[in-house]
Design a protein around this ligand. Structure first.
Ligand SMILES: Cc1cc2nc3c(=O)[nH]c(=O)nc-3n(C[C@H](O)[C@H](O)[C@H](O)COP(=O)(O)OP(=O)(O)OC[C@H]3O[C@@H](n4cnc5c(N)ncnc54)[C@H](O)[C@@H]3O)c2cc1C
Length: 387
C-alpha cells in the first residue's frame, strides 16, 4: 500500500537523521536479557521518539496516539529493527497498560495516565505473578481491602520485570474476601514509591537483574484507581494479555535474522560449519524464520483461535534452539567466562543469548500452557481438572 510505504520511508529517514551523535552509541542495546544496558540513555531516546510522535502509534488519536493501522505499525517496527535502534524502555506501558486503559479505563484514568505513558514520563510494570500463581494465575493471593478512599494492599508479586525502574505497577489483587479463582479479583493501579512497597531484585542466570520480588505491606492506592468494576479484574487482566502479542513480532524477527546471520558467520570463521550437523541446524533455523514470518504476515489482520499460542510457541522454541546452536558452534570455550588472557570476565553475547533464551519458553505463558490452550480451546479436548 502506497500510504504504508510512504510512512515506512518517513520512519527510515527519521531514524537515519536521529540515530546520530550520542544516540548512535545506543544501537543494538537493550531488549530481553539486556534491559540493564544504558537504561538512562535509552529513556532519553524513548522520550525523543515520543516528542517526534513515534510512540503509541496504534492508539486512537483522541487518546493521544496516531490511530495508525497494523500495517503501518509493522512497517515502523521493521524499520526500527533494521536501523538497530535501541530497545524502548516503556514497552509495558505503551503496549499493555495503555491499550487496557483505552478499552476498560474511566475517562479520568485515561486523562491521568495515558499522557505519561505516551511521553515516557511514567514507567509501568506488570504485577500478575506470585509465588503460587504463575501459570495458574487465578490462584492470586495478594489482597486489597477498601478502607475509606483508598485500597490497602498486602501480598507478594514475583518476576516483576523492571519494577526497580518503574513508578507504577498494574496489580491483580483479591478484593472479595473468601472469593476463589477468577471471581473477586480487581485490577489496581499502584504507585511504587511509598513506604508499603518493597522491591527486591532477583539475580538472573545472566548475572544481571531485570526482574524483582515486590512486597506489599499495607501499601495504598486511591479508591478510584481500579480499572473495570471491583471484583471483575480477571476480565481486564485477560484483556491486557491479548494486547501483549502486539505487532512488534515482525520487527523482532529482523533481530532474530541478524543473530542467525552473525552465528552463521561465526560458524564459517571457526570451521564449525564444516560439520554437516551444524550446517543442517543453521539451515533449519533459516527455514524456521521464514515459517514464522509467513505465519505472522498471514495472521496479522485476522483473529483466529489459537493464533497467539502458535505464534508464541514458534518464536520461543526457535529462539531457545538458536541459543543451543550457538553453544554447539562455540564448543568448549562457551563453558568459560572471559578469554584465555584473563580479559573481560562477563558473559559474551552468545553465552548471554543461550542463558536468557531458557526463559523464552516460560514468560508470556509457558510452552505447556500454550499447548493446553490449543488442546482445550481449539481442538476441544477434555479440560484439565482444576481445584
Ligand atoms: C524473563 C521473565 C520475565 C517475567 N516478567 C513478568 C512480569 O513482568 N510480570 C509478571 O507478573 N510475571 C512475569 N514473569 C512470570 C511469568 O509470567 C511466569 O514465570 C509464568 O507465567 C510461569 O509461571 P511460574 O514461573 O510460576 O511457573 P509454574 O506455573 O509454576 O510452572 C512450572 C512448570 O510447570 C508447567 N506447568 C504449570 N502448569 C501446568 C499445566 N496446567 N499443565 C502442564 N504444565 C504445567 C509450566 O509449563 C512450567 O514448565 C516473567 C517470567 C520470566 C521468565
Amino acid at each position: 500500500m502506497q500510504e504504508v510505504e510512504e510512512f515506512r520511508a518517513e520512519v527510515r529517514q527519521w531514524l537515519a537523521d536521529n540515530l546520530v551523535g550520542e544516540f548512535a552509541e545506543l544501537k543494538g542495546l537493550g531488549g530481553p536479557g539486556r534491559e540493564h544496558e544504558a537504561f538512562e540513555e535509552r529513556l532519553a531516546w524513548n522520550r525523543h521518539l515520543a516528542a517526534a510522535g513515534l510512540t503509541c502509534l496504534g492508539w486512537p488519536v483522541e487518546h493521544g496516539g496516531r490511530g495508525l493501522s497494523v500495517a503501518h505499525r509493522v512497517a515502523f517496527y521493521e524499520e526500527y529493527a533494521r536501523a538497530d535502534a535501541p530497545d524502548k524502555v516503556n514497552h509495558l506501558g505503551e503496549e499493555l497498560l495503555g491499550p487496557t486503559l483505552i478499552a476498560f479505563g474511566t475517562p479520568a484514568q485515561q486523562q491521568r495516565f495515558l499522557p505519561g505513558i505516551r511521553d515516557v514520563t511514567e514507567l509501568w510494570c506488570q504485577g500478575y505473578s506470585e509465588p503460587d500463581a504463575g501459570s495458574d494465575l487465578a490462584n492470586v493471593a495478594t489482597t486489597a481491602v477498601l478502607d475509606g478512599d483508598r485500597w490497602v494492599i498486602n501480598g507478594q508479586k514475583v518476576w516483576t520485570s523492571l519494577a526497580h525502574l518503574s513508578q507504577w505497577c498494574f496489580v491483580i489483587a483479591r478484593t472479595e474476601k473468601g472469593s476463589k479463582r477468577h471471581a473477586g479479583l480487581s485490577y489496581l493501579l499502584v504507585p511504587l514509591d511509598q513506604p508499603g512497597v518493597q522491591i527486591r531484585p532477583i539475580n538472573q542466570l545472566t548475572g544481571t537483574s531485570e526482574f524483582n520480588e515486590v512486597f506489599f505491606d499495607d501499601a495504598v492506592t486511591d479508591a478510584d484507581l481500579v480499572v473495570g468494576e471491583p471484583g471483575d479484574g480477571w476480565k481486564v487482566a485477560m484483556g491486557t494479555l491479548t494486547f501483549e502479542r502486539g505487532v512488534s513480532t515482525l520487527g523482532q524477527q529482523i533481530r532474530y535474522a541478524r543473530e542467525l546471520t552473525a552465528l552463521a558467520e561465526l560458524a564459517q570463521r571457526t570451521g564449525a560449519a564444516d560439520d554437516p550437523a551444524i550446517a543442517e541446524r543453521l539451515t533449519r533455523s533459516w527455514v524456521g524464520l521464514r515459517v514464522m514470518r509467513s505465519y505472522a504476515l498471514a495472521t496479522m489482520d485476522v483473529e483466529q483461535p489459537g493464533q497467539d499460542n502458535v505464534s508464541k510457541l514458534l518464536w520461543a522454541n526457535w529462539h531457545r534452539d538458536l541459543g543451543d546452536l550457538a553453544m554447539d558452534i562455540i564448543g568448549k570455550p562457551g563453558l568459560v567466562l572471559g578469554d584465555a588472557d584473563g580479559g573481560d570476565p562477563a558473559f559474551d553475547e552468545w553465552q548471554r543469548l543461550y542463558l536468557f533464551t531458557r526463559s523464552d519458553t516460560i514468560y508470556g505463558g509457558s510452552n505447556e500452557i500454550q499447548r493446553n490452550i490449543i488442546a482445550e480451546r481449539v481442538l476441544g479436548l477434555p479440560r484439565e481438572a482444576k481445584g
